[in-house]
Design a binder for this molecule. Structure first.
Ligand code: SF4
Length: 227
């Protein structure tokens, strides 16, 4: 028990097979109805739960409907409108500045390339990947959030530590057709079973192939600490 397959590629394939069966219709949990709302929601979701973001954007999206609305907003008022979100002051600044750039350089449209997106304030590769995948139907990479980072290490699919390096490795071992859903499967499993502090290894459908399983192993490969 708790023995991974021979190669990271085989391990990733087996994880995909099992999680695909468990979660046949994976979905993004952020709520949005257009690309601008998606961009805003993803910027707000850094270090914050999707649930909290959805609760806040419900009223935010009624007040701010266009890039101009954010670009011309009073930054302190915008921050106040986001005040249940972690780092709301910085994020208000990112939203205002990103939307100013969208208005001035992109005719008010959310850009559709990785380089233009990552040029926007507050937008890193993870945010850009989400916007490309769910806003433009373009898959350029694998979204590596905290769940993907934790689970892909725990499961022995990668030993990389930095999100950019983890993404590179995932892109080489996960079949491209699964890049988008791979993130959603790991997020779902990370929320339901393989939680950060107390994973339920004895009930986990990946237990027999997991080198971090508490049932058989002493070390959590997510960070090398002892269980
Ligand atoms: S819940 Fe336990 S067995 Fe399952 S993937 Fe996480 S660490 Fe491995």
């Amino acid at each position: 028990m708790g023995t991974p397959l021979d190669t990271p590629t085989e391990q990733a394939e087996e994880v995909i097979d099992r999680l695909q069966e468990e979660y046949p219709e994976p979905e993004i949990s952020l709520q949005f109805s257009n690309r601008l709302e998606l961009l805003v929601a993803v910027i707000l979701s850094a270090q914050c739960t999707d649930e909290r973001v959805n609760a806040e954007t419900e009223h935010l999206f009624e007040k701010y409907k266009s890039p101009e609305d954010y670009a011309n907003a009073d930054e302190a008022e915008l921050a106040e409108d986001l005040n249940s979100i972690t780092y709301f002051n910085s994020k208000a600044g990112y939203l205002k500045n990103a939307c100013q750039q969208i208005v001035e350089e992109h005719d008010g449209e959310v850009p559709d390339t990785m380089s233009e997106l990552t040029d926007l304030p507050g937008v890193g590769r993870k945010t850009a990947n989400v916007v490309l995948q769910h806003g433009h139907d373009v898959t350029e990479g694998v979204v590596v959030d905290t769940h993907v980072q934790r689970l892909s290490r725990r499961l022995g699919i990668t030993e990389a530590k930095r999100p950019e390096n983890i993404e590179d490795e995932l892109m080489s071992v996960v079949d491209r057709e699964y890049w988008q859903n791979f993130t959603h499967w790991l997020i779902s499993h990370g929320r339901d079973t393989c939680t950060a502090r107390n994973p339920d290894c004895s009930e986990c459908l990946l237990e027999d192939i997991c080198p971090s399983s508490k049932v058989q192993h002493d070390v959590d490969l997510a960070d090398g600490s002892e269980w």
